[in-house]
Design a protein around this ligand. Sequence first.
Ligand code: DX5
Ligand code: ZN
Length: 225
Amino acid sequence: MDIQVAPSILSADFACLGRQVAELEEAGAKILHIDVMDGHFVPNISIGPLGVRALRPHSRMFFDAHLMIERPEAYIDAFAEAGADHITVHWESTFHMHRLIQQIRGAGLQVGVALNPATPFEVLECVAQELDMVLIMSVNPGFGGQEFIESALEKITKAAQWRADTGAKFRIEVDGGMNRATAQMAVQAGAQIIVAGAAVFQQPQPAEAWRQLSTSSELMKGPHQ
Ligand code: DX5
Ligand code: ZN
């Protein structure tokens, strides 16, 4: 499996989001990570379906919507209609994960489940066969620019091992505190998608920062290469 670096727009300049996203796409980014926060599930508020809808005509990238919201089931159709390609929901945000996964698939989208740092991989064992992606949070969700939590590495290893043992197909995404060094460790542990916010958009030249992170030789040395 190849390694993708997905820019997270949370750290972008929202006054010129369309242009910043277009620059990343031109540089070669394939996945755009869109953080959705409601001020309840996490202590921060970002954008919703309107933001996704506004970006859609500006980009052909794969839109990966990371929902950090309560009652995600109430918003799946809105994100599907707005143009999301994939929705990731948090394990901790619903009582009925199996039903929610079916709902997202029924809306015609790919589906992922995210785990907070305190949630073990094992909770996913009954549904992981149905997933396109497992998102391992390597910070507590809510803000960009936080420090990487090392215990995420062990969880990535566990997810990759379980996948190998069962023949499941999900990709492993890691989100939070990613830079060249932590991305290298995450890839070595078994991650395929590296979400990077500050490491891309808080740099003087985001597209160049994305390119360097994606092509760094360290990232090419994962166990799947
Ligand atoms: C945090 C978000 C992340 C965030 C990552 O809750 O889910 O996607 O943008 O930002 P960095 O890469 O700066 O840690
Ligand atoms: Zn995210």
